[in-house]
Design a protein around this ligand. Structure first.
Ligand SMILES: NC(=O)c1ccc[n+]([C@@H]2O[C@H](COP(=O)([O-])OP(=O)(O)OC[C@H]3O[C@@H](n4cnc5c(N)ncnc54)[C@H](OP(=O)(O)O)[C@@H]3O)[C@@H](O)[C@H]2O)c1
Length: 234
């Protein structure tokens, strides 16, 4: 049994991840934004301890710590999945509030969860941090013109690129501690935040991430991958 904290577990990929880990007898800590979601998940899953927090707020750190202190002891896997898509793809329409908000969720959110979880990960036998990024965070893919004229938002692409830099910085800092840190592209998912070329149901993506998470350890730290598909260029 492993202890797994999954953010954004109320729906989409996060909920499917929760289902996969819970069904395989792991202890789960789904992070959701509302008490109602927390109650629903508590009733649906056994050995499940929801955390109610908004990841755009520093209070999330204490809210996570409080639940982990009460129930966890240690955390083996932290999956930073929570995130939203942006809107504006033309610079004339870009609002700094939107960019700020997406940076807060995709980049500062994982900083908050990592700060809260690190003390609980040091005693794990195979601690892993998985940041759910996107192919759209790849500077190399973007600069090659791969997504030209696709109208993806400034805010999302910039926030995921910043999150990727966080993954690189953290993986290098954590190297000596044995905590593995990776970024993943989960595929183009048929969820609320879907792209126009969405083709993967979130159940399949969650199962792939689960199977892949069993295989990784400190030797795989610093990767940017689509599980069972291949590595992405940073
Ligand atoms: N969809 C795709 O094709 C795709 C492709 C590549 C990468 N991704 C990434 O995969 C992850 C999951 O995507 P998805 O499509 O499953 O998204 P989704 O269905 O829109 O779900 C997003 C989740 O994030 C939570 N969330 C949003 N803002 C939050 C905040 N401030 N604090 C805490 N939780 C918050 C939502 O909670 P509420 O229910 O409370 O709103 C929800 O549980 C995201 O990081 C996304 O960028 C998605």
């Amino acid at each position: 049994m492993e202890k797994v904290l999954i953010t954004g577990a109320s729906r989409g990929l996060g909920y499917e991840l929760l289902k996969v880990y819970a069904a395989r007898n792991n202890m789960t800590f789904p992070l959701v934004r509302s008490e109602q979601s927390a109650q629903t998940l508590s009733a649906e899953f056994t050995n499940c301890f929801p955390i109610v927090a908004d990841l755009t707020d520093d209070d999330a750190i204490n809210q996570i710590t409080s639940v982990l202190n009460s129930y966890a002891g240690n955390i083996d896997i932290l999956i930073n999945n929570a995130g939203i898509s942006g809107n504006e793809h033309l610079i004339e329409n870009v609002r700094t509030e939107e960019v700020n908000h997406l940076f807060n969720i995709h980049c500062l959110g994982p900083i908050r969860t990592v700060k809260a979880c690190l003390p609980f990960m040091r005693s794990s036998e195979n601690p892993r941090i998985i940041n759910v990024s996107s192919r759209l965070g790849s500077l190399q893919k973007m600069s090659s013109g791969e997504f030209l004229n696709r109208n993806f938002s400034y805010s999302y692409r910039m926030a995921k690129a910043a999150q990727n830099m966080f993954t690189i910085c953290l993986s290098q800092e954590m190297q000596e501690t044995g905590i593995s840190v990776c970024a993943i592209h989960p595929g183009q998912l048929l969820t609320r935040g879907r792209s126009t070329d969405a083709n993967t149901d979130p159940e399949t993506a969650a199962l792939n991430i689960y199977e892949w998470s069993k295989e990784i350890n400190i030797t795989s730290t610093g990767q940017y991958v689509q599980p069972f598909v291949g590595e992405l260029p940073w």
